[in-house]
Design a protein around this ligand. Sequence first.
Ligand SMILES: NC(=O)CC[C@H](N)C(=O)O
Length: 311
Amino acid sequence: MADLAELVPRIAATMAARTARGRVANYIPDLAKVSASHFGMVVITADGREHAAGDADLAFSIQSISKVFALVEALASHGEGVWQRVGREPSGGAFNSIVQLEAEAGRPRNPFINAGAIAVTDLITDGDDPRAGAGRILRLLRDLAGTQGIAVDGAVAYSEAATGHRNAALAHFMKAHGVLTGRVEATLSTYFHQCAIAMSCRELARAGRFLMNGGVDPASGRRVVSPEQARRINALMLTCGHYDASGDFAFSVGLPAKSGVGGGILAIAPGRASIAVWSPGLSPQGNSLLGTAALEELASAMGWSVFNPDA
Ligand SMILES: NC(=O)CC[C@H](N)C(=O)O
């Protein structure tokens, strides 16, 4: 097995030199301002060691990675009731697709496509102030990462709200079917704020540690979710975390992971590591191109696949 102290900087150097870096998301105007030249990576192993390289401490917009932590909050307050409004099947469609909703009575396929995430966020939206629901996610992330320094990037939240017509369409459609119960504007605003949370790879990898550790944060000993919920969240990340590229990601990397259009990916090697990578250039499906390539190299060098007999 490779030595992580040598491997992580080597992967970062390889990715820094790549010229084909994908395209930075531009449908949210403020995300388009980020340079495609960034690459950061942090691997935290079960023994608590952190291996960091590149832009490991630069904050970026976590976007859809926030959907994992919104789900944790919804499970905490609503338990299994979450599954009454959102399914557990990969959609095979784009992250912001609307077509399945019409055929399936407004019930989103899974909590990681936009429709499903908005339905989950509706459960933790409290009143009209987006700071309430987004604040729950922020508190969770700060607690898990061990820093108060994580915040919502107000400019990104505003930019997203100003251009988020597709998300508004998804939300109104679900409201018409009774899948959303809160006020649509409040739910959407909460969703835009959670997506605009900015944090670094180091903070994100720390925040993901409970998922490699059966639901307990190894840093504090706090139980975040039950062992069964941790397994299920990992299962959803593996099957749905990369939208219509989830099968390909499972094929080439083989780890539960959640991507965001800010170019971040949180990946979990159960029992072994919590990993965060960031490179803003995206594949056509909206997943970090170099982040995926880096995870593929890491997983293969370490033998970290949930499909390995000895993993
Ligand atoms: N895939 C993503 O990261 C999408 C999140 C983005 N905030 C959106 O709603 O479109």
